[in-house]
Design a protein around this ligand. Structure first.
Ligand code: SAH
Length: 392
């Protein structure tokens, strides 16, 4: 086994179960691991402390085990069994009104570099590391075995998530089975999921509980769902009794998907209209007709060096919403940028509120749902932040 020997005192975070070894913590490497190999991590005194997938880059090892476990079919079988039992305990799996949930959430499920979302009989699997990429068939087979009778298709969707420099030239496609039945059912609502071209694994599973909360506040309201993508929030608002719902996204494909999903759930319902437009332009031009606004933009800051511009973006869109929302209106505002923490996000929203001089109260502080758990030893895993605000 190739060995990563750490610099002196660089083992502390690993002994506290943090699942990454940064390249700067490495003293030297014994052997010549290639990307994606399983390696052992040793302290400067040559004591074994962890085993994980090796990668070239700032995160050099993603830890799979703090014991010398074999990383084989039985290992993945055990991890996936734990993951499904956890979702069953949450009451998310095996429901007749819901077949959509996240089964594996990377570090949150002690499987760094791996994401698996379940949509009915299909699992969409995404690797973020070369190691997980190399294990893909092993994992897919273990998954079909663990979820026997529930899952018979595994779509592998890693074209955009694998490190570009590894030059793996991976094409997306089914690695188990094959299915064109791509309907996600979420709390009784139905959505077309576009595995082929869609963002993430095709659907934003992480907003499920926040969409359900929005439903409870929608009765009689005029709703603007900005950055609507598949129309998730719009459709919950319609079920919640909204008076009208406008969905906006700059992507024409997203608008088409939203219209399809509205038609699927509320055929012929004239309360809904969708517009392909840029958020900043739409917010500038719109009037004061809305009393419930959702802002769920894409990650404005994908990297630490983009934080400043991202903060400006959050301030700008939220300021527009505060300026235009009707008195007594509700604003559901989100950030999914990992580089912006909840304090920074709240600061951006605070700045925007102050600019508008409106009377603003925080009703709810939202985060990612329980099937996207945060490993307590890996606080970086907390990425989704949301505030529900009452604007007087
Ligand atoms: N709220 C959605 C997820 C939003 S993802 C859900 O619950 O599923 C972010 C969306 O923002 C994408 O669909 C993307 O096309 C859109 N987008 C990105 N930049 C935009 C812009 N400047 N104006 C409007 N939409 C934009």
């Amino acid at each position: 086994m190739n060995k990563i020997i750490l610099k002196r005192n660089k083992e502390e975070s690993i002994l506290r179960f943090h699942p990454w070894v940064f390249s700067g913590a490495i003293h030297h490497i014994e052997g010549s691991p290639t990307e994606g190999d399983v390696v052992d991590v040793h302290t400067a005194d040559n004591t074994f402390i962890a085993r994980g997938h090796y990668q070239i880059g700032s995160i050099a090892v993603r830890i799979l085990s703090f014991a010398p476990d074999e990383i084989d079919a039985a290992f993945f079988h055990a991890k996936l069994t734990e993951a499904i039992n956890f979702r069953k305990a949450l009451g998310l799996a095996e429901r007749s009104d819901n077949n959509t949930y996240r089964l594996v959430h990377g570090e949150g499920d002690n499987l760094p570099g791996l994401v698996i979302d379940i949509y009915g009989r299909t699992a969409v699997m995404q690797a973020h590391s070369v190691g997980m990429h190399r294990c893909r068939q092993l994992i897919a087979n273990a998954l079909v075995d663990v979820m026997h009778g529930v899952i018979d298709n595994v779509y592998y969707k890693s074209e955009t998530t694998l490190p570009f420099k590894a030059n793996l030239q991976q094409a997306d496609g089914f690695i188990v089975g094959g299915s064109t039945d791509n309907l996600a059912v979420e709390y009784g609502l139905r959505f077309h999921v576009d595995w082929l071209k869609g963002q993430k694994t095709g659907f934003f599973v992480d907003q499920r509980e926040n969409r359900r909360l929005l439903e409870q506040y929608s009765q009689g309201r005029s709703v603007l769902n900005m950055f609507c993508y598949t129309g998730g929030f719009s459709i919950y608002a319609m079920r919640g009794g909204a008076r009208l719902v406008h969905s906006v996204d700059s992507s024409a494909k997203a608008i088409e998907l939203t219209n399809q999903n509205v038609e699927l759930n509320f055929p012929g319902d004239t309360r809904h209209e969708a517009f392909a437009d840029d958020a900043f332009k739409y917010l500038d031009r719109m009037g004061h007709q809305y009393d419930l606004i959702i802002l769920d933009p894409p990650a404005f800051a994908k990297h630490r060096d983009a934080i400043h511009n991202a903060m400006r973006g959050y301030i700008k869109i939220n300021a527009k919403a505060f300026e235009k929302i009707r008195p007594g209106g509700l604003l559901f505002t989100f950030s999914c940028s990992q580089a912006i923490d909840k304090y920074n996000f709240r600061n951006a929203v605070f700045t925007a509120a102050a600019q508008s001089k409106r009377n603003v109260r925080i009703l709810h502080q939202l985060t990612q749902p329980a099937d996207h758990p945060i490993n307590i030893y890996h606080p970086e895993g907390e990425y989704l932040k949301g505030l529900v605000l009452y604007v007087g």
